[in-house]
Design a protein around this ligand. Structure first.
Ligand code: FES
Length: 147
C-alpha cells in the first residue's frame, strides 16, 4: 500500500480520486479502512468524504470479495425475463444474499442494476465472463462450476 500511496500527488480532483480508488481496488480487491485513512492524509481530503464519494458508486467494495464475483442482474429487462427467479435459486443454493461472500471465500454475490446486455436478458456475469439468456438450468451449471 505504501508504494501505491507514494506514487500519488498531494492534491487530486474528484475524477482523479475515482481513478485512484479504482486502481487501488483493481490491485488489492477492495478499499480497506487503512487505505482510505492513509489516502486521506496524503491528499488532504477527510476520510468520511472519500467514503461518501466511493460509496456513491456501486463498483467500489469495502470488504474482501470472493474468488468469484457473481453479478446477477436485477434490472428491468432482466426482471421481465425472470431474473428474480434466478436470484431466488442462487440464494437458495448458496445461502448468499446481495453483498455476501461464502464462508470459504469463494463466491460473492452482487446484484447489479444492468449488465449492458438487456436484449439478451437475463444476464449473469462471473468475474469477466458474461452469460446471456440464462435459464435456471444454466444457472445451476454455473453454480456447479464455481464449487
Ligand atoms: S437489465 Fe439486465 S442486462 Fe440490462
Amino acid at each position: 500500500m505504501e508504494e501505491f500511496l507514494n506514487k500519488l500527488p498531494t492534491s487530486v480532483s474528484k475524477t482523479e480520486l475515482l481513478r485512484i480508488l479504482q486502481e487501488f481496488q483493481d490491485k488489492y480487491g477492495y478499499l480497506d479502512n487503512d487505505f482510505i485513512h492513509e489516502l486521506s492524509k496524503k491528499i488532504g481530503i477527510q476520510p468520511g468524504k472519500i467514503f461518501g464519494i466511493a460509496s456513491f458508486y456501486s463498483q467500489f467494495r469495502f470488504k474482501p470479495s470472493g474468488k468469484y464475483i457473481v453479478n446477477l442482474c436485477s434490472g428491468v429487462a432482466c426482471h421481465i425475463n425472470s431474473s428474480e427467479n434466478l436470484i431466488n435459486v442462487f440464494t437458495k443454493l448458496t445461502g448468499l444474499k446481495d453483498g455476501e461472500t461464502s464462508a470459504d471465500g469463494k463466491i460473492t454475490l452482487e446484484l447489479v442494476p444492468c449488465l449492458g446486455g438487456c436484449a439478451n436478458s437475463p444476464v449473469v456475469k462471473v468475474n469477466d465472463k458474461y452469460y446471456t439468456k440464462v435459464t435456471k438450468a444454466d444457472l445451476l451449471k454455473i453454480i456447479q462450476e464455481l464449487k
